[in-house]
Design a protein around this ligand. Structure first.
Ligand SMILES: C[S@@+](CC[C@H](N)C(=O)[O-])C[C@H]1O[C@@H](n2cnc3c(N)ncnc32)[C@H](O)[C@@H]1O
Length: 251
């Protein structure tokens, strides 16, 4: 992994900006936090199944393409069926969600689903590390992400826990962003968001692949909002489909 990444990084930023997905307010953060830094050596390309990437050239090619990259399969167990259990999201989707989050300087953000740590580092670059907390349910991933984020020069609070409960000790937040999908917004997220704050999360059920919902949190403990586009994300760990589970139609 010694290739000169700069032209690829610059080209990805140009493409995001040209497609209107990377507003000026986020460009310095994307420029300062190159994607490859957060991608481990072992990765998989998501096709019909997860296909391991086996050469340096293919690794670099995938890292600077506008596609999601699978960074863990089978919760890190070997000899499994190679089901994606963590990924570094598609850059367009990352930029789109960060833009939809409508952050302002000094605001405090909780991210649910640290994964590779890229999104948390982008938030830290934009808002300052002390304003960012990120929760990851997988202890190995949480530890790895904390290290790569630190190596990149940022120090948000990276915590191991179940993001369905938010992260009480850092609350209240101005923004909560989830990068795993949920069937319903956990009420803990509403409680932990300041009145006037915002929650952005992919919602998904058994019969639909997902949509991004943006909720405004009121002072009365009610959050309301609308869908702001499609978003396919892996489900929150406790909400993975089980063959024996009753089907949730999303109604
Ligand atoms: C699409 S990846 C996140 C991408 C990440 N934001 C990044 O920048 O690479 C989804 C992550 O959510 C994590 N996750 C799943 N359920 C969770 C939960 N209950 N609490 C916190 N994290 C969870 C998964 O382990 C996985 O790492």
């Amino acid at each position: 992994m010694t290739e000169d990444w700069r032209p690829r990084h610059a080209a990805l930023l140009e493409a995001l900006a040209a497609s209107g997905e990377l507003p000026g307010a986020w460009r310095p953060a994307f420029a300062a936090v190159p994607r490859h830094h957060f991608i481990p050596a072992d990765i998989w390309e998501q096709r019909a199944t997860c296909v391991p990437v086996t050469t340096d050239a293919a690794w670099w090619d995938l890292v600077y393409r506008d596609v999601p990259i699978v960074t863990q399969v089978d919760d890190g167990q070997s000899d499994g069926p190679a089901i994606a259990t963590s990924s570094n999201s598609m850059p367009t989707m990352v930029a789109r969600m960060l833009t939809a989050l409508e952050v302002a300087d000094g605001q405090r953000v909780l991210e649910i689903g640290t994964g590779s740590g890229w999104n948390a580092a982008l938030l830290a670059a934009r808002l300052g590390s002390r304003n960012v907390t990120t929760v990851e349910v997988d202890p190995v991933l949480a530890e790895k992400a904390a290290k790569v984020i630190k190596d990149a020069g940022y120090s948000p609070d990276v915590v191991w826990g179940d993001g369905a409960r938010g992260w009480e000790s850092g609350a209240p937040y101005d923004r909560i962003i989830a990068t795993c999908s949920v069937r319903r917004i956990p009420y803990a997220w509403v409680r932990q968001t300041k009145p006037g704050g915002l929650i952005l999360a992919p919602l998904a059920g058994d019969f639909w692949s997902g949509a991004l919902v943006r909720l405004d949190v009121g002072g009365d403990g009610v959050a309301s909002g609308r869908f702001v586009g499609g978003a396919r994300f892996m489900p929150m760990r406790s909400e993975r489909p089980r063959p024996d589970a009753p089907v949730d139609s999303g109604t």
